[in-house]
Design a protein around this ligand. Sequence first.
Ligand code: NAP
Ligand code: GCO
Length: 263
Amino acid sequence: MINFSLEGKIAMVTGASYGIGFAMASALAEAGATIVFNDINQDLVDKGLAAYKEKGITAHGYVCDVTNEEQVYATIAQIEKEVGVVDILFNNAGIIKRIPMIEMSAKDFRQVIDIDLNGPFIMAKAVIPGMIKKGHGKIINICSMMSELGRETVSAYAAAKGGLKMLTRNIASEYGEYNIQCNGIGPGYIATPQTAPLREKQADGSPHPFDSFIIAKTPAARWGTAEDLAGPAVFLASEASNFVNGHILYVDGGILAYIGKQP
Ligand code: NAP
Ligand code: GCO
C-alpha cells in the first residue's frame, strides 16, 4: 500500500502563520503530522495558532527569525524538548523586493538572499543531525518560477531561488545515504499577500496588467491558490516519495511548459 500517511511525524514549516506555508501545514496535519511553525514575531505566531485552531489543528508556534543562526538552534532545541525531533522540514519563509536591479541597494539585495537562501541553509543544518539519528528525514525547499526564469525587478529573489534549487540538489547529494530526501516545490503564480500588489485592480476597475499577463502565460488560465500546493506537499513529505531526491516539483499550472497565449 502506498504510504501517504504522516501519522507520528513532526513537520516544521517556516513562515507558516498564513499564505502558502499555512496551507501546506494544514494539509500535512490532515495527513496526520504534528505541526510546528515559526514566524518572526509573537503577533504573527498568535495569529497562526488561532488560524490553525479554527481548522481544528493543534499547532506549536515559535518566534524565530530563520536568518538568526543562534535563534534557530535554540528554537530547534526547544522544539526537540517540547514536541520531539523534526522529521519533516518545509523551508517556506521568504520575502521578495521588486526593485529594478541598478536601483537596488546591496543592503536590500543581501536581505532577500539572507531570508530566502541563507535561512533555508541554517534551518536545514539545524535539523539534519536529528534526522540522521532518527534514520530518516524530509526537507522540502519552496522554490519558485524564478528558480528557472528571470524577469524585471526581481534580481535578488531570482538569485536566491536559483540558489535554493541548487542547495536542494546539494543536500540531496550529501545526505541521501542517511535516508534523508531533499526536494523542492516550485509554485507558479499563487494568490497570496506576497503577490497581492500584482493583482490589484486598476483605478478604473480593470485588471492589473500583470494579472492579465499571468493568465495569458498559464495554460490553466488562472492564478494558483495556496491549496493547490497541498497535495504535492503531502506527497514530498510522505514515504511515497522516498526514492524522489533532488527534484524540484513545479506546481505552476503549466507556465514553464507554455510560450503563452497569443494576444
Ligand atoms: P507570504 O504571504 O509573504 O508569507 C511569507 C511568510 O514568511 C510570512 O509569514 C513572513 O512573515 C514569513 N517570514 C518572512 N521573513 C521571515 C524570517 N526571516 N523568518 C521567519 N519567517 C519569515 O509569502 P507566500 O506567498 O505565502 O510565499 C511563501 C513562500 O513561497 C516564499 O518562500 C515565497 O518566495 C514562495 N513562493 C511564493 C509564490 C507566490 O506566488 N505567492 C510563488 C512561488 C514561491 P511576515 O509576514 O512577517 O513577513
Ligand atoms: C513576482 C512574483 C513571483 C512569485 C513566484 C513565482 O514578482 O514575479 O512575486 O516571484 O512570487 O515566485 O513563482
